[in-house]
Every structure is written in C-alpha cells, then in structure tokens.
Write a protein that binds this ligand. Structure first.
Ligand code: SF4
Length: 486
C-alpha cells in the first residue's frame, strides 16, 4: 500500500544539517554566481554565501537557505521527498524522449527556382527531374514513418522547392491519411515553400487536408531579394503574393515564416522584425547561418562569427521586448525554447537544442533518393562527401538497421551534454544542448572543443543576455513568462 504521509521526521523543524544535491555554478559579475541544478532551476548567490553553502555553514534562518532547499539544491538528511521531487521533475523533463521520432522530413525534390547563397540543400535547376523522390521511395519511407512509436507524427515536405514535385506531396498525404485510418495517430503535414509557385489548386488541396505552410521571409524587399535570388529578382513580390493567396484560402494561422541571417542582415535586425509585423506575423526565429552546403561553398558562413550574430540577436531582442511593452505581442522562437527550459519544467525538444541531440530521435530526413539522415545538416554533409551521419537507405535497410545503426547510436552516446568535456561543468548545460553535426562539420569532432566552438559562444551569449534581461527588468521577465506559457 502507498503511504499517504511522509514519516514524521520530514515535518520536524530544520536541524541545520544539510546535504548538497548536484548543482553547477558560473560567475556572474565580480562577487556573484548563478547556480543551476539537473532540472534547470536556478538562483543567484553571493560568492561568500557559496563558500558557506559548500562548507555546510549556511544557517536555516538565512533566506538563501530556504530558497536553496525549495529549489532542490540542498536537502535535510533522510529527506526523501526532495529526492523524489527532483527525480520526478527530471523524468518529466526527459519524458518526451520516450516517444521517439515525431518529425519526418521528406525531401521530395532537390529542384528549386531560387539560388540562395546560403542554401543547405545543394539545389538543382528546375528541369532536372532525376532529383525527384519517386512513389516507390515515398512508400518505403512511409513504412518507416509509421514504425515510429510516437503518437504524434508530423510529415514536413522540403526541397529544393517541394511545390515543383507537388504530385508526390499529394501522393504521400493521401497514402499517409489512408494508413492513419488504422494507425489513428495525430497526423500533421507541413510544406516548406517559398510560395513562389503556389497555385489555387495546390492551396485547395492544402485546405482540404489541413496542411500548414512554412515559408521564408528574410526581411525588407531589397534584403530578401538579395538573399534569395531568382530569375526576375522578384522573390519578395512572389512571397507577398503567395502569402496573401495562402492566407485567403488556409487562414492566417496556417502560414508561418522562418528567416536566415545572412551577412547583409546583421545591421538590420529592427527592419527585419518590422517586416514580419507588417506582414501580420506574431513571431520570428532569428536563425543563424548553418555551416553547410552553399553556405560553406560560397564562404558566407565564415562571413560572420558568433559575436557578430549575437550583436544582431541582442538588437533584435531589445526591439522585440520594447514592442511587447508597447502592447504588440511578438515572440522570438529561439529565445523562447531556452526560456521554456529555464522557467518551466518542460523541454520543448527542439532538435538543435537537445541533450542527447535530436538527430534521428526527434527528427529524421528521407532524401529524394531514399537515403535516410539524422538531420537536414547530415544530408548536406553527405552531399559534401562526408557520410558520417547517413543512417541507411529505405530501399535496402530495415527500421532496425536504420534506427539502431552504429551511426545513430554513437552520435546519441556522444551527445549527452551533461557528460561532455566543459559542458559537464557548465551551469548553462540544463538549458543548452548538443550539436554533434555542427561540431563534426566545423571541428572534425562530434563532441566539439567548446572553448573554440561557435555554437558554445552563441549559446553562452544568448543565455547570459536572457538572464541579464530577466534580472534587470521584471516587466521583460513577465513578457517571457507569457511566451513560455502560451
Ligand atoms: S555548449 Fe557551451 S554553453 Fe552549452 S553546455 Fe556546453 S559549455 Fe555550456
């Protein structure tokens, strides 16, 4: 029988004897540190209090003592409830891992009408149909999709420009829906498109099947056209026309947008945010360039470092916070993922900020030719001649071959940030993640040498910014709370 109440000693006054529970700390300023624990709870302490804490001299009457106990940094001897709570919160944070893969990316074609400098996909010209996914490949990929134990399945169509192979999109949607009559999963579809080729017929199909659109907007017209060249230099006009059409048919909320920060974007954070607001979006993802594909080939990745991107990010965030204070609700998604880990007991399992990393277990990529990759970036590395993160092929490998492959298991094993050099001692680790593909691509080392890592610099910069803002500005913290609880 389960006990209804804890033993009586759990209710006795605090004896002043305490045990330390696992935590890490990081200096903030000259005489303060921030402490974090396994579940991402945190508090600030004066350095001398930290000394008292670790030498077991902190008095129960001290306000910091009570805060430390409430947030599971210390416990009384035999205080079982604290350990149980800590374990429960840790389990809750990691619980979504058990669901395994949710996001299944279908690269239905490499063909594209754009020639973006930073493109990750080694796009092919519009007429090379040998780079289209076939129905046979799609069928085999769908077999694997429905082997995932996840009750929620999201299929995202990517390219190239997926609308150039829309018959295959149509085929996959109808086949998946047919299978789902038996499977009864929470099935969702997204098409990632620039909207330049959208037609009434395509939109009608999307409406009937509840398909969402994820499009791209890099900023004001000149910047967008510069980042996303296409014949006629009219990508922004095509986007604007396509957005209106899509919203008219699918509704406002069925269309979202992502942006990529090119070197030309760096001084223009406010204008980019304004452009999003002008087009009626209520959020943005200030996304840095990835070091893959054309981004490496055209050297645009090296065109700016983490420090320059952080300046852009801080300028954008300062402006976004100001807008929210003036009553314009507008969310920055990258920050929102980190804040969710800081301020709630939830981990949104964002693929790039997971530990272990989300490659393969949170998202998986089916390439047009049937190759299966741990992530979009892994696919790009393969195009550059590096097959480290290729998991198999739908035509020759079984579910077990692919998802229990050494390629995937060793990446997962090496991507527990809590046991990685430097991360294991870093107070920001509960809010950070691991990006083995990035570190392999930039340093030839899956674990990554964090003192030289652009990923680490970016994460440290973002986390310190968010902590500083929340500390200095209670109104900004309230705004962040609304972001993470919506
Ligand atoms: S990558 Fe850097 S910021 Fe993130 S946990 Fe590791 S050391 Fe800390």
């Amino acid at each position: 029988m389960t006990e209804k109440f804890l033993p009586v000693q759990d209710y006795l006054p605090d004896s002043g004897t305490y045990e330390l529970l696992p935590f890490k700390f990081e200096p903030v300023g000259a005489d303060e540190v921030i402490l974090t624990n396994l579940t991402g709870e945190f508090l600030y302490l004066k350095r001398e209090k930290l000394d008292s804490l670790v030498s077991h001299r902190l008095a129960p009457s001290d306000a910091d003592y009570r805060a430390l106990r409430a947030r599971h940094f210390i416990r009384q001897p035999n205080d079982r409830a604290t350990l149980d709570l800590l374990a429960l919160k840790t389990r809750t944070r990691l619980s979504r891992l058990a669901n395994f893969t949710n996001l299944h990316l279908f690269v239905v074609t490499l063909r594209c009408d754009h020639a973006c400098h930073y493109c990750q996909v080694s796009r092919q010209s519009e007429d090379r149909q040998s780079f289209d996914m076939s129905e046979e490949t799609a069928d085999r990929a769908l077999d694997l999709v429905f082997r995932s134990p996840n009750p929620a399945i999201k299929i995202e169509f990517q390219g190239g420009e997926p609308l150039l192979n829309f018959p295959l999109v149509r085929y996959v949607v109808e086949k998946a829906e047919q299978r789902n009559r038996v499977e009864r999963r929470d099935l969702q579809f997204v098409v990632a498109t620039t909207l330049s080729m959208v037609t009434d017929e395509i939109l009608e199909f999307c409406r009937v099947h509840g398909i969402h659109i994820s499009t791209s907007l890099d900023g004001p017209e000149d910047l967008h056209n510069r980042n996303r060249p296409r014949p006629g230099r009219d990508s922004h006009r095509k986007f604007t026309d396509g957005l209106k059409k899509a919203r008219d048919v699918l509704g406002y909320d069925a269309v979202s947008a992502v942006m990529t920060t090119s070197p030309a974007s760096l001084p223009r954070a406010r204008e980019i945010v304004d452009e999003y607001i002008e087009h009626g979006f209520d959020s943005i993802f200030l996304r840095p360039l990835s070091p893959y594909g054309f981004a490496i080939k055209t050297k645009s990745y090296q065109a700016y470092d983490a420090g320059s991107w952080l300046e852009f990010y801080r300028a954008g965030m300062d402006y976004i916070i100001d807008l929210n204070k003036r009553g314009v609700r507008f969310v920055e998604h990258y920050s929102s993922v980190i804040l969710k880990k800081m301020l709630t007991n939830d981990d949104p399992m964002f693929v790039d900020l997971m530990s272990p990393c989300g490659a393969g277990i949170s998202a998986v990529v089916f390439n047009y030719d049937g190759d299966v990759y741990a992530s979009d970036e892994s696919r790009m590395l393969n195009e550059m001649g590096d097959a480290t993160f290729k998991l198999g092929n739908v035509h020759s490998d079984s579910y077990r071959d692919i998802f229990a492959s050494d390629a995937l298991l060793s990446v997962l094993e090496d991507s527990f940030a809590s046991s990685a050099p430097m991360c294991s001692d870093c107070a920001f680790e509960p809010w950070c993640g691991a990006d083995p593909v990035f570190h392999h691509a930039t340093q030839g080392d899956i674990l990554g040498r964090k003192p030289e890592s652009e990923f680490c610099k970016r994460m440290m910069g973002m986390i310190r910014y968010l902590l500083d803002v929340m500390r200095a500005d209670p109104q900004a913290k309230s705004i962040f709370m609304t972001w993470v609880n919506s």
